[in-house]
Ligand binder design. Structure first.
Ligand SMILES: [Zn+2]
Length: 328
């Protein structure tokens, strides 16, 4: 590597932390588009350089998925880690935000490092019909993972937000469809709808919000589900509930919420995650986006503790990575 490459790599890696820390504030209104406010870079760097990183605690993972033939089994979900959920709805198998790499970063050797291994490897996956991506941050759109899935399963389709197709094409992935907010797509008897959430996009300091971000609603004969990607709290979940009537299962981020002044506009905290679930009237929710990478200041186990303390009667599961949960 020459000096220029190293310099560029350092900029990109520091930007990876920058992305997760998020000094960008998005105010999302699906009717009126997006307004961007920025916090000062000074405030951001002051936080980055004065913060104490939480302890690298590891959560338990399971290999219970090995007891099942996931190609034959129907109506289940497995949390693989971070926002990566494998879901079968009796019609097709979907993989959301596949992230199998060691670092959530443009570099394979630096940036936020995994606390736990993925509960399944790409070679262990059953036949995946669709990979659905929420947005292009490195912890959700991981090119090495997408390339490996494409190589292992060339027929898998990739559904991405508007603006991200060229990135996948550049890496040799051809079966890609781009979605604007509220665009739909049907495969067999399942329908995918890309919906707005409160977040933002960027992979470099120069491409902020050049592609979209969002969540996925998948409707099917068996049940409807919502994968939120990354999001701050907003009224949009009430709109989603009104539009799709029934959301049976919701996959909701619960981590990367501290400090609030940097995180609240792009990441819900556990209380807001519970409210989001109530807004959707979800029959059952699964927490995600915690326990896998340290992206923020809250202790690693806090999202789980907060949800378990505050969920009351709400069916909000803190899933164990690798365990098979049956959906009906
Ligand atoms: Zn993000």
């Amino acid at each position: 590597m020459n000096g220029k490459t190293i310099f560029l790599a350092l900029i990109l890696v520091s930007f990876t932390f920058h992305i997760e820390a998020n000094d960008q504030v998005e105010v999302m209104n699906p009717e009126q588009g997006v307004a961007v406010q920025k916090k000062s870079r000074f405030e951001f760097f002051k936080w980055r350089f004065t913060r104490t990183e939480p302890d690298r605690v590891t959560i338990d993972i399971s290999d219970e998925w090995k007891d099942h033939d996931l190609d034959a089994q129907m109506n289940y979900t497995v949390w693989i880690g971070h926002s990566t959920f494998l879901v079968n709805n009796g019609d097709i198998t979907i993989l959301f935000d596949p992230m199998f790499s060691k670092y959530a970063s443009p570099m394979s050797f630096a940036g936020p490092k995994r606390l736990i291994a993925p509960a399944m490897q790409i070679a262990d996956l059953p036949k995946v019909d669709v990979v659905a991506i929420s947005h292009n941050h490195y912890d959700h759109l991981d090119i090495p993972s997408l390339k490996a899935i494409h190589q292992a399963q060339p027929n898998t389709m990739f559904l991405v937000p508007k603006g991200d197709k060229k990135l996948l094409n550049k890496h040799g992935i051809e079966n890609v469809q781009e979605f604007d907010w509220w665009d739909s797509f049907q495969l067999n008897t399942s329908e995918f709808h890309f919906v707005p959430v409160k977040h933002w996009s960027a992979r470099t300091p120069w491409d902020t919000n050049e592609s979209l971000w969002g969540g996925w609603v998948t409707t099917s004969k068996a049940y409807n589900l919502f994968h939120a990607g990354d999001t701050g709290y907003a009224d949009i979940f009430i709109t989603i509930k009104e539009k799709f009537k029934e959301i049976d299962y919701a996959f909701v981020p619960i981590g990367a919420y501290s400090p609030r002044n940097f995180m609240k506009n792009s990441h819900v905290n556990p209380e807001e995650a519970l409210q989001l679930s109530k807004d959707l009237s979800a029959k059952k929710s699964f927490g995600m986006h915690w326990g896998t990478f340290i992206l923020s200041d809250e202790p690693v186990l806090d999202p789980k503790i907060q949800i378990e303390t505050k969920r009351g009667d709400l069916d909000f599961e803190i899933a164990v990575p690798g365990k098979v949960y049956f959906l009906d």
